[in-house]
Design a protein around this ligand. Structure first.
Ligand code: OAD
Length: 231
């Protein structure tokens, strides 16, 4: 794929891009939520009911992400960013840091990040790589003493900085989506915005996403194979 000087690329990634790094997807067989119902661990209600369970779950995810390595799909996107600079925008639904570890610098984590936490009251995110499990005390805010929660967007919460996402979508000339089932909104609706603007919309993944009809091109295959070839 060749990009012209006036092109701006908007990339949306999902769990499938980290699948080859050994991080389970949400909805695939053997998916991350097996054994843990989503509403037991990733909602504000779950947090109210049992913060210890929620922290055990996200501590496990921190461990898994720390043990994983970026794959060829992450690297291909980091290389494209090096060529395009600020004409490249990467929006990810993933909370792992594999895009950054592959070299990406302009990553917007619309569903938050595993390695940050925030006070439920002060709300300012801070770096946190600790594990709160096996009887460890749950974290509290150093300033106000209230509970500290994962800096993750749970079901029913609003994704981070939607304004910048839609600003970038409005000026992109290509939308490239990889490894997401197209089932969680608003991310699943980005392709509709792009489609209405008449720009090229490409999906990469081993199977068609739920919103396949809105894409101008579907490239079937693992992101680790398709993205390096495409880009
Ligand atoms: P899903 O688990 O819903 O979808 C993963 C997608 O990755 C599927 O469409 C697979 O076909 C595809 N896939 C699997 N292996 C792949 C590979 N090697 N290369 C490319 N694609 C592959 O995950 P998401 O769509 O990311 O939200 O889920 C969206 C959101 O739902 C998540 O961010 C999370 C979840 O609940 C929150 O936590 C708020």
């Amino acid at each position: 794929m060749r990009f012209e000087a006036e092109d701006r690329v908007f990339v949306l990634t999902g769990a499938g891009v980290s699948a080859a790094s050994g991080l389970a997807t949400f909805r695939g067989s053997g998916g991350l939520w097996n054994g843990h119902r989503v509403e037991d661990v990733a909602t504000p209600e779950a947090w109210e009911a049992d913060p210890g369970l929620v922290w055990r779950f996200y501590s496990m995810r921190r461990r898994d992400a720390l043990a994983a390595q970026p794959n060829a799909a992450h690297v291909a996107l980091a290389e494209l960013e090096k060529q395009m600079g600020d004409r490249f925008y990467l929006c990810t639904q993933n909370v792992d840091d594999l895009h950054e570890r592959a070299g990406s610098e302009r990553v917007h984590h619309m569903h938050g990040t595993l390695f940050e936490s925030r006070c439920v009251w002060c709300e300012k995110p801070f770096a946190d790589r600790a594990f709160y499990e096996d009887g460890a005390a749950l974290p509290v805010c150093a300033e106000c003493g209230r509970a500290v929660r994962p800096h993750i967007v749970w079901f029913g919460e609003v994704p981070l900085d939607l304004n910048s996402i839609f600003r970038e979508l409005e000026r992109a000339t290509v939308l490239l989506v990889a490894g997401t089932s197209g089932s969680v909104y608003p991310a699943a609706g980005f392709v509709d915005v792009a489609h209405r603007r008449g720009i090229e919309t490409i999906y990469v993944g081993p199977e068609e996403p739920l919103n396949a009809r809105a894409f101008s091109e579907i490239l079937l295959g693992p992101a680790t194979e398709v993205l390096p070839t495409l880009l």
